[in-house]
Ligand binder design. Structure first.
Ligand SMILES: *Cc1c(COP(=O)(O)O)cnc(C)c1O
Length: 465
């Protein structure tokens, strides 16, 4: 064994302690550190070490060169994109995932797959899905959408008497994927799956809304020759609008389509009794996407995908190899997702659900919704701001008032940069107007953070030119 490696092995518990201290220090300063470091100078790449000098020196180098350049995205005022943190239990689970280093994709191995299945069962209950849905872990909502649409592709083949998994996507001929306000990852998935970005047909939304107009969807389906795919959106990123899921499902009485629902973070509305109606009808989907590294607050990268047609899923993703078992009634995970080898990703989710249960996660969701509402109210009463949409759940979509169009983009950038050490928000365009979004999904965020964020935004709006 390499001498440095052997020395590290001999003092592994000490090294883990040192790492634990470094992690604890990083987490203890989340509140004081700049949310995004001010214009960090990029570090010049160092040459590959010929002789290493062990974990302790690597840790010191990381802390000196890289740690100060990282954002406090695990902290309470990183409100960009939709970004969760990591609950204490989720972090513990993630550390142990690396310690046990399982490749849990086959029944020949230990019980890793069973832990994943138990966790999927808990998640299914959390989101009110029936046991007609089976699920698997993937790395994020983009991969979950991709997997769901890959199953949809195979379903189209079943309807047309071909198998895209065997014969390629071209065997389907032209495909239409209908959606009101799909996330950008849907187009990416269609590109990747050989269906093409141009297969995505935008269906009109309701006036002033991002929710699809069910009557317009019915007309688009009537205009579609042959079976189609519908992507329903349960929580859009700009205004967290929800399609009317029961109304969409009801269209199946007259039209033939696969229903995929992107509920990446919107599914968590099911945890709040006051908002659970938004997710009504989620179970009717043929495939469902839910992200976990957002509102479940597990570390990156983690999401789950559910489907009612595991048979088609296995047709797409089966990995026929002499050393792997047959598909059978409960196919090994290696036959169900784009990855073959994968980490025991479920463990962090298992830990946080085991530690805090439904009620603990309900409290996070409801506190985040209250935070978004409070920030929305603070900006609405300030003449410097205008809300671009009502705060429907956990996102505030706003812009600067009284700013003529040619200057709006530059002023918003100036505002965003002026506050970014205190609160991080991300740009968007809603109905043709440039704006900013503040998304609440971190378990640490409190009303005190909302006041700090509101104060920073209101002060900066007066200081920028
Ligand atoms: C975040 C998000 C995605 C993509 O998720 P990743 O985890 O970044 O892959 C897809 N759909 C919706 C609605 C999202 O919010």
């Amino acid at each position: 064994m390499d001498r440095t490696l052997a020395a590290d092995l001999a003092r592994l518990p000490d090294l883990l302690d040192a790492t634990r201290r470094a992690a604890a220090e990083a987490l203890a300063t989340l509140d004081e550190r700049a949310v995004v470091p001010a214009a960090p100078k990029p570090a010049d790449p160092e040459p590959l070490p010929e002789q290493g000098d062990g974990t302790e020196t690597a840790l010191a180098a990381f802390r000196a060169r890289w740690e100060p350049r990282l954002s406090a995205s695990a902290g309470p005022r990183y409100l960009g994109f939709v970004t969760g943190g990591a609950t204490p239990a989720a972090l513990a689970g993630d550390w142990l995932t690396a310690a046990h280093d399982q490749n849990s994709n086959s029944s020949m191995d230990g019980a890793g797959q069973d832990l994943e299945r138990e966790t999927v069962g808990w998640l299914r209950e959390l989101f009110g899905l029936s046991d007609a849905h089976t699920g698997t872990f993937v790395s994020g909502a983009t991969m979950s959408n991709t997997t769901g649409l890959a199953i949809a592709r195979e379903w189209l083949g079943e309807r047309l008497g071909v198998s895209p998994a065997e014969d390629g996507a071209a065997a389907l001929g032209p495909v239409r994927v209908l959606s009101g306000a799909p996330h950008s990852s849907i187009a990416k998935a269609l590109s990747f799956l050989g269906l093409g970005r141009s297969s995505l047909v935008r269906v009109p939304t309701l006036p002033g809304r991002e929710a699809v107009d069910p009557a317009a969807l019915a007309r688009a389906l009537a205009d579609t020759p042959g079976p189609a795919v519908v992507v329903a959106n349960a929580g859009t990123v700009n205004t967290v609008d929800f399609d009317d899921l029961p109304a969409i499902a009801a269209l199946r009485a007259r039209h033939d389509f696969w229903l995929h629902t992107d509920a990446a973070f919107g599914a968590f509305a099911a945890l709040s009794p006051d908002h659970a109606h938004l997710t009504e009808g989620l179970d009717a989907a043929d495939s469902v996407c839910v992200d976990l590294h957002k509102w479940l607050n597990v570390p990156y990268d983690s999401a789950v995908q559910f489907t009612r047609r595991r048979d088609l899923q296995a047709r797409v993703f089966q990995n026929a190899a002499a050393y792997l078992g047959p598909l059978g009634e409960h196919p090994d995970l290696v036959h169900l997702t784009p990855e073959n080898s994968h980490r025991l990703r479920a463990l962090a989710a298992w830990f946080t659900l085991r530690a805090y249960g439904r009620q603990g996660h309900r409290e996070i969701v409801e506190r985040n919704i209250a935070g978004a509402r409070a920030l929305g109210a603070a900006l609405e009463e300030d003449p410097a701001f205008t809300l671009l949409a009502p705060v429907r759940l956990n996102v505030v979509c706003f812009t600067l008032a009284d700013t003529p169009d040619p200057r709006l983009g530059a002023r918003l950038t100036a505002l965003r940069e002026a506050v970014s050490t205190e609160v991080f928000v991300t740009p968007t365009v809603h109905e043709g107007t440039a704006g900013l979004r503040a998304a609440f999904s971190n378990w640490r965020t409190t009303q005190a953070d909302v006041r700090r964020a509101a104060h920073a935004l209101r002060t900066a709006a007066r200081e920028i030119t």
